[in-house]
Design a binder for this molecule. Structure first.
Ligand code: HEC
Ligand code: HEC
Ligand code: HEC
Ligand code: HEC
Ligand code: HEC
Length: 197
């Protein structure tokens, strides 16, 4: 269910007045430089970006829509099995992977970055800004991670800080309903929970 944003407005009106009106103000929700990454979740399979990216794979090999759609999406087991039908088949983790595939199930990955359903976000918009925005800007050095961890802040003050720096919109309706015209009518955000490709 989408939460009505209006119900949450009371709490935030004071915070927002500070954040939006005075760029230099310390934000009470996330003072600059104090973000503490939560511990990495324990995933059902010990997938390592570091090991895989060391083989020269591109992000798009597994997150095919990260530059072209709102959601980057997580890879289907068939993407993994394009190699693992042959590679490391004696590994317990790979056998687990093959078992999900045999049941035609996706791996139940625990999401690392997840916005509340009342926020709109689009990868395509950010990857086509023409400015220096890369995957690493918002996700850190994934390439070096054995376990994926949420090393970057995706709170509202964090979004707004960059939007101010890069002269992007800080209007409420850019990120909350009613949406600005930029967004095409796409499926309800919440239907993307754990979306795969
Ligand atoms: C391009 C080929 C390729 C693809 C695609 C691929 N892998 Fe791998 N994977 C490898 C290779 C090669 C290794 C061994 C790397 C090493 O040991 O340094 C490996 C190692 C692993 C391991 C460690 C196995 C062990 O016990 O040592 C796991 C787990 C794994 N991959 C999971 C996945 C998952 C999940 C996916 C899909 C999201 C995937 N892999 C996609 C090639 C691939
Ligand atoms: C071989 C497949 C593969 C490649 C290549 C790959 N990823 Fe991933 N990625 C995964 C899998 C599987 C997960 C889910 C497990 C996890 O969180 O570690 C994931 C999760 C993520 C997440 C966390 C998503 C969430 O909210 O749960 C981010 C961010 C991410 N990848 C970024 C990248 C970036 C950036 C690159 C390129 C530098 C990349 N990935 C390359 C397979 C891949
Ligand atoms: C401007 C910040 C930003 C950039 C740049 C960015 N991401 Fe994300 N990414 C996010 C946020 C925020 C989420 C959570 C989205 C949500 O919950 O709707 C996310 C979620 C994801 C996920 C989880 C699946 C999904 O679609 O929600 C993956 C995988 C991912 N990003 C990979 C990438 C890759 C690969 C790149 C580079 C091509 C990239 N991201 C660039 C902010 C960013
Ligand atoms: C690294 C800087 C950066 C970060 C971090 C960032 N954005 Fe953006 N965002 C931009 C830029 C630049 C644009 C403008 C794109 C354009 O106009 O071409 C933009 C555009 C957008 C738009 C479209 C705005 C419109 O005019 O309709 C939305 C929605 C949006 N961002 C949401 C978010 C959310 C939500 C977050 C936090 C989770 C976030 N952004 C974090 C740089 C960033
Ligand atoms: C650039 C994107 C962006 C803009 C612009 C933006 N917000 Fe947000 N907002 C977010 C994100 C992201 C969250 C969720 C943060 C989280 O909890 O992870 C959020 C959360 C909220 C919440 C819920 C807070 C809570 O504690 O549960 C309210 C209320 C809200 N925003 C109101 C507003 C208002 C009012 C404006 C205009 C002054 C505005 N937002 C502008 C991105 C944005």
């Amino acid at each position: 269910m989408r939460k009505p944003i209006v119900a949450l407005l009371g709490v935030w009106s004071a915070v927002i007045a500070v954040t939006v009106a005075t760029p230099t103000a310390q934000n009470p929700a996330a003072p600059a430089g104090t973000y503490r990454p939560p511990p990495a979740p324990e995933q059902p399979i010990a997938y390592s970006h570091k090991k895989h990216l060391a083989q020269g794979l591109e992000c798009a090999r597994c997150h095919q829509t990260a530059e072209t759609e709102d959601h980057a999406k997580l890879p289907a087991t068939s993407t993994c099995l394009s190699c693992h039908a042959r590679v490391k088949t004696d590994s317990p983790d790979i056998q687990k992977l093959a078992a999900y595939d045999a049941k035609k199930e996706d791996v139940p990955w625990i999401r690392v970055y997840r916005l509340p359903t009342y926020v709109y976000f689009s990868h395509q918009v950010h990857m086509s800004t023409g400015k220096a925005v890369t995957c690493e800007t918002c996700h850190g050095n994934v390439r070096e991670m054995d376990v994926t961890q949420k090393v970057k802040d995706t709170s509202m003050p964090a979004c707004i800080e960059c939007h101010k720096q890069q002269s992007a919109s800080v209007r409420c309706d850019a990120c909350h309903e009613p949406r600005g015209s930029l967004f095409r009518q796409h499926e309800a955000h919440e239907e993307h929970e754990g979306s795969f490709q």
